[in-house]
Write a protein that binds this ligand. Structure first.
Ligand SMILES: [Ca+2]
Ligand SMILES: [Ca+2]
Ligand SMILES: [Ca+2]
Length: 150
């Protein structure tokens, strides 16, 4: 009985560890997939409109406004990019004017963040570099208990 319990715990632990490794390994790949999804003309750089389309992916009801609930549910359930704490931190970063939603008004600052050399294109290197920075420092620590979905 005890052995059985230990075995189940160990299996669970290994599964968790595998999932964690998978997530870590796929982080860069996920970013590339996201990039490719919106780089519709396959020029390996994103224009302003193409970068904006990334945020369109999270606008579930197509009202041109990405709410925190839409962002969290797409981030964790639809695209399975990461966990809710990370998503909440990123949402706060992306809501550059702090009005509680991501809209076209936030895009100029977001584009400027990604376009490191200011040539009005976000190339794959810039995208991966800045995306990695966001993942390393997803905003200030957040209290997951304050996340209310739906
Ligand atoms: Ca929406
Ligand atoms: Ca905003
Ligand atoms: Ca650039």
């Amino acid at each position: 009985m005890v052995f059985c319990f230990m075995h189940i715990s160990l299996s669970f632990f290994l599964l968790e560890a595998d999932l964690y490794k998978l997530q870590k390994r796929d982080e860069g790949e996920r970013a590339v997939l996201l990039f490719d999804k919106v780089d519709v003309d396959h020029t390996d750089h994103l224009t302003y409109n193409e970068l904006e389309a990334i945020f369109g992916l999270f606008d579930a009801n197509n009202d041109s406004t990405v709410t925190q609930a839409e962002f969290l549910s797409d981030w964790t359930d639809v695209y399975k990019i990461g966990g809710p704490g990370e998503a909440q931190g990123l949402f706060q970063r992306a809501d550059t004017n702090g009005d509680g939603v991501i809209t076209k008004d936030d895009m100029p600052a977001i584009f400027k963040y990604f376009d490191m050399d200011g040539d009005h294109y976000v190339d794959l290197n810039e995208f991966l570099t800045q995306w990695g920075q966001l993942m390393l420092f997803p905003s200030r620590p957040v209290d997951i208990g304050t996340v209310h979905l739906g």
